[in-house]
Design a protein around this ligand. Structure first.
Ligand code: ZN
Length: 392
């Protein structure tokens, strides 16, 4: 029932009876428990026809919140997300250097976390701090094993953040592709589709696979590194050191080169604006690259048989331009699989990683609302505000 409210927003008691299959008195007593815990509130419904209106139950965005971060090669995005998925506060800081020094990034996240948490309504319980990074993340310890776009190797990011924030929050670190896939499944273009493939094109190319409603993790938690499937044996050297990876053919640098620009001097935004003003060379370059997007997707759908393929980042932005060549190459996928797969642009675009990160931290409260709240409140009581200031 709480899931229905968190993802679907306000609902009447009658809607909740229909959605859960519980009877009215069970729904009534659950609503009352959740209202006592502060997670939901009730207001009188609108009278429709005869009879008493059904009360409307809605999530309380300021009851619990999450601090969500998206580290990319150019910036750190941050948001305080309230229950029900409401973005209560959004921040974005550009990196001041291109070195992505781990210490600077950790300090920036800790500062943003402090600022945003201080703005939360008193009494709102912070469920955790979750960070998305473009790299392979070992679970559950949150060590970034390798992130070519950031130049990081074996960075114990979760531990560093716990220390920098004085142990105030449960900290989770996730892969950007995995979090994007979760976000598109729960709140984006693939809402309600339990089998989906998400591919995000940026400097690097990440991805995530949801199978039967569960994120595919793999033996080490690294599954879904779609950017490093080999598509061109004698192709360019990839950021991972191998040759001919998909990322080397469809990452931002590949698009920039394909439109006749120099990746050292141009940004992907230049490609997007060239295309927007109808520059023929740019359109042809993007279409040529689109063929490689289709080639990789054909192999991936053959393996995973997704109902929906969601393209995010640069791939989502340029999808309408590369559609003809992408589809022609995608036709190599097996017929029965291809016919089932719907190619869509991300609906969440640049917010996908933040949204996915937030949902990771909301998962416990949706699973066990009262128990999770009790545990977090006890942890916070052990670390009162005076001590928090000393940590700061
Ligand atoms: Zn690679």
């Amino acid at each position: 029932m709480l899931r229905r409210l968190h993802f679907g927003g306000a609902a009447t008691r009658s809607d909740l009876v229909a959605a859960t299959g519980f009877n009215r008195s069970t729904v009534g007593s659950l609503v009352s428990d959740l209202a006592t815990a502060g997670l939901v509130r009730e207001r009188p419904g609108v009278v429709r026809g005869k009879g008493r209106p059904s009360n409307v139950v809605e999530p309380v965005p300021t009851s619990v919140h999450v601090l969500a971060f998206d580290v990319t090669p150019s910036s750190v995005g941050a948001a305080r997300v309230g229950f029900g998925g409401y973005m209560l506060q959004v921040r974005r800081r550009l990196h001041t250097t291109t070195s992505h020094d781990v210490g600077n990034v950790v300090e920036l996240i800790a500062t943003l976390a402090r600022e945003m948490d201080a703005r939360a309504v008193p009494g709102s319980v912070c469920l955790g701090l979750v960070v998305s990074v473009p790299g392979s993340v070992h679970q559950p310890d949150g060590v970034v094993r390798r992130s070519p776009p950031l130049g990081w190797h074996e960075v114990p990011l979760a531990d560093l953040l716990r220390t920098a924030t004085g142990g105030r929050y449960p900290v989770t670190v996730g892969n950007d592709g995995d979090l994007g896939a979760v976000a598109e499944y729960l709140r984006g273009a693939a809402r309600g589709e339990p089998d989906l493939l998400y591919v995000r094109g940026e400097v690097g190319v990440g991805g995530g696979v949801v199978v039967d409603g569960e994120l595919l993790k793999g033996a080490g938690g690294y599954a879904g590194e779609v950017g490093h499937i080999v598509v061109k044996p004698n192709g360019r050297v990839c950021s991972c050191g191998a040759r001919g990876c998909w990322e080397a053919e469809i990452g931002d640098a590949a698009f920039i080169r394909a439109v006749g620009r120099d990746p050292r001097e141009s940004e992907i935004e230049d490609v997007v604006s060239d295309v927007a003003i109808g520059n023929r060379r740019a359109i042809a370059g993007v279409r040529k690259t689109g063929e490689w997007v289709g080639i990789g997707l054909a192999s991936l759908v053959n393996v995973f048989n997704p109902r929906v393929v969601v393209l995010g980042g640069t791939l989502g932005a340029l999808y309408p331009t590369m559609e003809p060549t992408l589809h022609a190459a995608f036709a190599r996928a097996l017929g029965p699989i291809r016919e089932q797969a719907l190619l869509l642009r991300s609906e969440l675009a640049g917010d996908a990683q933040i949204v996915g990160a937030a949902e990771v931290a909301f998962a416990d409260v949706l699973e066990d609302p009262l128990g999770t709240l009790e545990t977090r409140r006890a942890e916070i009581a052990d670390d009162p505000p005076e001590r928090k200031l000393r940590h700061a």
